[in-house]
Write a protein that binds this ligand. Structure first.
Ligand SMILES: Cc1ncc(COP(=O)(O)O)c(C=O)c1O
Length: 417
């Protein structure tokens, strides 16, 4: 690890939680340079929904490169992009009766949320954006402005203007948080500038696995329509099948004006995609640009993976089946240690267990890593152990990982009992 300690910036993060030098990876297994095997319950924070190096996508990319097909195309027309578009429209949009236009932003999730907010501001001529408590939308300045966790919101970074925070579903206990939002919108004395858009995750990932109910999402949509506010769903972490359906908001039936997709869409390759209600697509040519908007290898992988996993509902059913297995295990742990006041949270394979003791979740994650399981924590206080498996994880590896997680949890729980 010396070269990383000596030469890599102090900003390095996950390398500190998982201090080994990784080399190979397949499906839900990682191997370090000494050949030691680790089970992956992290899935690149939602980037590896189809596992590491999914076979068909890898083969297609190798062939694409061997044939010297175009690798970098800015936003020119390429066969790789055309084939991706055809597949995405046929397998994802049309079956869901969605008519979005597609914008390929720079390849990170943050590029996509920034583009969405900029477009919403242009389309409405308004400046303010509503974000929700515990939101996470990325790390550039505009995205930081709509991020909830104070650890990322140091004022010395500069102003975070033109954003108002509202309480997410459940943030105020039993109080209807939409009522609060409505009061702010309707009372001229609230001090809140009329927003261009609201931006939200339907399940907050980094913010602690907080789930918005379908009723709350429907109510939010209604409020947005009533006040002519655009609705942006950031499905960067919760999309691509993570909650069972391709989009996290499908179950609620809401129709966002803008949808941000990234992470798993490119099967592990950098890629981001903004879905735009055609009425909102007010960009003029080249108005929002960037060098890496046409990642051909990501298009190739994305097409193969959509064909493979979204031609029928097999993957969705698998997600729900595996969710039940993980939930049962976490509920068991919660019941085994009632004194810890744990809470099991999540929807689909976006699952976590919250233990309201500072440092507890980090200790569990470290104890799991000692046993060769990779999993992270989340939430503003880091109280949640987040179990993020690949949607394609094999049952045997899932069970092995869960057993390790329980062993690590029990070890830490005993220390705190
Ligand atoms: C919901 C959400 N939005 C945006 C982002 C930012 O994506 P990126 O890290 O690729 O910029 C993330 C990253 O974790 C995310 O979870």
């Amino acid at each position: 690890m010396e070269i990383f300690d000596e030469y890599e910036s102090e900003v390095r993060g996950y390398i500190r939680s998982f201090p080994t030098v990784f080399d190979k990876a397949m499906g839900s297994e990682l191997f370090d340079e000494d050949g030691k095997r680790y089970i992956d319950f992290f899935a690149g924070a939602g980037t590896l929904n189809y596992g590491h190096n999914p076979e068909e996508a890898v083969e297609a990319q190798i062939q694409y490169l061997k044939d010297r097909r175009i690798a970098h195309g800015l936003d020119k027309a390429t066969v790789a992009k055309k084939e991706f578009l055809e597949t995405f429209i046929e397998k994802i949009l049309e079956p869901r009766k969605m008519t979005y236009k597609l914008q390929f932003t720079g390849p990170t999730g943050t590029n996509c949320t920034e583009a969405a907010m900029k477009l919403a501001r242009q389309a409405t001529g308004r400046n303010n954006i509503i974000a929700f408590t515990n939101a996470y939308h990325g790390h550039t300045m505009g995205a930081l402005a709509v991020t909830g966790n104070e650890a990322y919101r140091d004022e010395s970074y500069g102003a975070r203007g033109a954003v108002s925070f509202m309480p997410f579903d459940g943030f105020l206990g039993d109080i209807d948080t939409l009522y609060v939002f409505e009061r702010y919108l309707e009372d001229k004395g609230s001090g809140m500038e009329k927003p261009a858009a609201v931006i939200l995750e339907t399940v907050q990932g980094e913010g602690g696995i907080n789930v918005a109910s379908s009723e709350w999402l429907q109510g939010l949509e209604k409020l947005c329509r009533k006040h002519d506010i655009l609705l942006i769903v950031d499905d960067i972490q919760s999309g691509n099948g993570r909650t069972g359906e391709f989009f996290s908001f499908e179950k609620s039936g809401i129709k966002p004006d803008l949808v941000c997709l990234s992470k798993s869409i490119g099967g592990g390759n950098p890629m981001a995609l903004l879905l735009i209600n055609p009425e909102v697509d007010v960009w003029s040519p080249g108005e929002h640009t960037g060098t890496f908007r046409g990642n051909s290898l990501a298009f190739v992988a994305a097409k193969v993976l959509i064909d493979q996993y979204w031609s029928d509902d097999t993957l969705s059913r698998e997600v729900h089946r595996k969710t039940d297995i993980i939930m049962a295990t976490l509920n068991g742990l919660r019941d085994e240690f009632p004194g810890l006041n744990c809470r099991v949270k999540g929807r689909g394979l976006m699952v976590g267990i919250e233990t309201p003791i500072d440092g507890f979740a980090d200790e569990v994650s470290a104890a799991a890593f000692e046993r060769m399981l990779i999993s992270e924590t989340c939430g503003a206080d880091g109280h949640v152990n987040k179990l993020f498996v690949a949607l394609t994880i094999e049952d045997k590896i899932l069970q092995e990982g869960l057993d390790i997680f329980c062993e690590a949890f029990r070890e830490v729980a005993k220390k705190h009992s």
